[in-house]
Design a protein around this ligand. Structure first.
Ligand code: PLP
Length: 426
């Protein structure tokens, strides 16, 4: 694989962009490689500046569920561009997208559009605090909810110890209201509620965790969260930035039949453009300005080009429900190939079109078990796959995303490359 131009661009970028990238994972640091710079993409394929072609299982970290450059999306964006890029005033597209969101995810009776998942989550938490008049929130170890200050937290030694920031630059005061529980561990949640129940505004959770690798909720776990938040008059927030419109057209809440009070969206909702959304029960959302006292705003929120891409993507998904069966079947084939090749050396978690191959012989059900993965082995596997034209997330702890553009041929080719892998024993 020739990567001369990518390497040169990376060096140049490093002189004026921190680490050469605008989001840290793109630097390929965790896999001991330098990033490939992308020139274009089409369908299931992505092409770098050196002319290498890859089958893409990153799909921009989820948004491109229809594949790259999907005709309808591109045409919608082109058409929208002709009328101007931004007005800072309400447009019809915003109404159409919000109505579509409510049709597909009925618990989002009222929605506010923003420009990223980070912004959606940050705003939903502010609303939850405003509505309940409480400050504490519960988040789970290994769940990611964007990079806002209060959510960059890892747990101390035990679930009940004070939270400490996960990043330099976050004042400890900003995270003191963030309590940490263990994913799939009901007892850890119960302990927090017994101690702090009256002051907990909300639980925020990725209903399927997909930022420590893909980790499925145990049977009954989400329902347990629904019950305990109801019991304590706290709110349940589903961060569906990844699962929304991916696990099913109605997201994880439809898939599992557990309905949160507030939902956050990102990634697919913008169809590849910067869109986030948060919403929920009208009574709760009525807290937001200009109706209520919780302030939240955005110069480019509901941008007409971005909403055009979102509307087109969601409409295509809505009109072609068979897409979900197809991408799940393709994912199952990849999971089987990995199991056939690696057996007990790996733990393969997958659901719908999300999948992770953990290089550990333990079952991965939470943060601790995910951390037993051999990241060096993953790095070798990643390098082999990349060199054979398979583009995957450059980290053990990210999901693989399968799109509707992945053909039987793409999948079979990928399975074949997995089956031919020989390095792990070494
Ligand atoms: C990606 C992600 C976010 C953050 O979204 P950005 O658009 O990157 O700000 C939040 N929550 C989850 C679950 C995510 O996967």
């Amino acid at each position: 694989m020739n990567s001369k131009i990518s390497k040169d661009l990376f060096e140049k970028s490093k002189t004026c962009i921190l680490g050469g990238v605008n989001s840290p994972v793109r630097a390929f640091q965790a896999v001991n490689r330098t990033p490939v710079f992308i020139e274009r993409a089409k369908g299931s394929k992505i092409y770098d500046v050196d002319g290498n072609e890859y089958i893409d299982y990153v799909c921009s970290w989820g948004p491109c569920i229809l594949g790259h450059c999907e005709k309808g999306v591109i045409e919608a964006v082109q058409k929208a561009c002709e009328n101007g890029l931004t007005f800072g005033a309400p447009t019809k597209n915003e109404y159409i997208l919000a109505k579509l969101i409510r049709e597909l995810i009925p618990s989002m009776e009222m929605t506010r559009l923003v420009s990223s998942g980070t912004e959606a989550v940050m705003s939903a938490i502010r609303v939850a605090r405003g509505y309940t008049n409480r400050d504490m929130i519960v988040k789970f170890r290994g769940c990611y909810h964007g990079h806002s200050d209060g959510l960059l937290v890892k747990a101390g030694s035990g679930a009940l110890t004070q939270s400490v920031p996960d990043s330099k630059g976050v004042p400890a005061d900003y995270t003191k209201n963030t309590l940490i529980a263990d994913y799939n561990n009901e007892k850890s949640v119960e302990d927090l509620f017994e101690k702090y129940g009256d002051t907990i505004a909300a639980i925020i959770v990725e209903p399927v965790a997909a930022n420590m690798g893909v980790v499925l909720p145990k049977n009954g776990f989400l329902q347990y969260l629904r019950n305990i938040t109801t019991k304590y008059n706290s709110l349940l927030i589903f961060d569906e930035v990844i699962t929304g419109f991916r696990l099913s057209i109605g997201g994880a809440q439809e898939y599992y039949g557990v309905i949160p009070d507030l939902t956050t969206l990102g990634k697919i909702v913008g169809g590849g453009m910067p869109v986030g959304a948060y919403g929920g029960k009208k009574e709760i959302m009525d807290m937001v300005a200009p109706i209520g006292p919780v302030y939240q705003a955005g110069t480019l929120s509901g941008n007409p080009i971005a909403t055009a891409a979102g509307i087109s993507t969601l409409t295509t998904l809505k009109n072609n429900p068979d897409i979900y069966n197809k991408i799940e079947l393709q994912t199952n084939k990849l999971a089987k190939a990995a199991k056939d090749r690696f057996g007990d050396q790996v733990s393969v978690n997958h659901i719908g079109s999300l999948m992770s191959i953990f290089f550990t012989n333990q079952e991965v059900v939470d943060f601790d078990s995910a951390m037993t993965s051999d990241t060096e082995n993953f790095a070798k596997y990643f390098g082999y796959m990349l060199d054979h034209g398979i583009y995957q997330a450059p980290s053990q702890y990210e999901a693989m995303f399968i799109s509707n553009a992945h053909s039987d041929e793409d999948i079979e080719k990928t399975c074949e490359i997995i089956r031919n892998y020989t390095q792990i024993e070494g």
